[in-house]
Design a protein around this ligand. Structure first.
Ligand SMILES: [Zn+2]
Length: 244
């Protein structure tokens, strides 16, 4: 018999209440990574058509992200980028300001995943100071065969590990099919990027060679992969949701 799942929001995870993160519950997350509003709206439409919950991690301010914030099925968290201060390309920034500037754009944010999953104990203290309660920076791939569960860290932040990421699935042959991953034990958090959903990315070469078109959705859509790619995997997950 076919098993149906339901999708939750990351901030709904309560470590002590297992029903909030295991059993039939799956989590869809999306790193926005400065995607064009049309690219964001494309993923937003797919989720709305399936009436599912999901968590987005925002990098910037835009009408497309505002629309996500206004959708009660969705959660919008923060996706701060610390790369420019780490590599020295920005000399006048600091991590506290990067987080607080983003929090001003998404004042209700509760969850965070850094761009490039940058994490440290210092950053975690800053997340807590800004009122963030759930961190999704630990990537522990499915093929590690570890049964994952969330935990509370020393600051009381709920740490939520994730086991699947769309771009890793494009480059690592060890990654399992999404249809088998949904039946794994423990917490199951999937990480997509709207740009890979839009392009239906199957190889990162498609993503790299279309870079000049990433802010030009009318042209970019001509480069959408027609076979089985990232968009197909998201659609597969959306088809597993309980019918309303
Ligand atoms: Zn990112």
């Amino acid at each position: 018999m076919r098993k149906f799942f339901e999708f939750g929001k990351i901030s709904e995870i309560d470590v002590s209440a297992q029903r909030t993160w295991s059993g039939d519950r799956l989590f869809l997350t999306f790193d926005i990574d400065w995607a064009n509003d049309e690219v964001i709206a494309d993923t937003h439409r797919l989720l709305s058509e399936s009436h599912v919950s999901a968590t987005f991690f925002a990098t910037h301010e835009s009408p497309g992200i505002k629309a996500l914030c206004e959708d009660e099925n969705l959660e919008v968290g923060l996706h701060p980028n610390f790369n420019n201060i780490l590599d020295g390309s920005t000399l006048n920034g600091n991590s506290d300001k990067i987080i607080s500037d983003l929090k001003l754009i998404i004042p209700d944010a509760k969850s965070v995943r850094s761009h490039s999953t940058t994490f440290s104990s210092v950053l975690c203290s800053s997340f807590a100071k800004q009122g963030l309660t759930h961190d999704v920076n630990y990537f522990i791939p499915d093929f590690s065969e570890v049964d994952l569960k969330p935990w509370l860290n020393w600051l009381g932040i709920t740490m939520v590990p994730y086991f699947w990421e769309d771009d890793v699935a494009c480059i690592d042959p060890n990654v399992s099919e999404v249809s088998s991953l949904v039946r794994r034990q423990g917490i199951r958090v999937f990480d997509f990027h709207p740009i890979h959903v839009f392009l239906n990315t199957e190889s990162l070469d498609r993503y790299e060679r279309t870079r000049p078109l990433h802010q030009n959705p009318e042209e970019l859509i001509k480069h959408r992969f027609e076979g089985y790619g990232t968009r197909s995997k998201l659609m597969e997950l959306l088809e597993m949701v309980s019918p309303l």
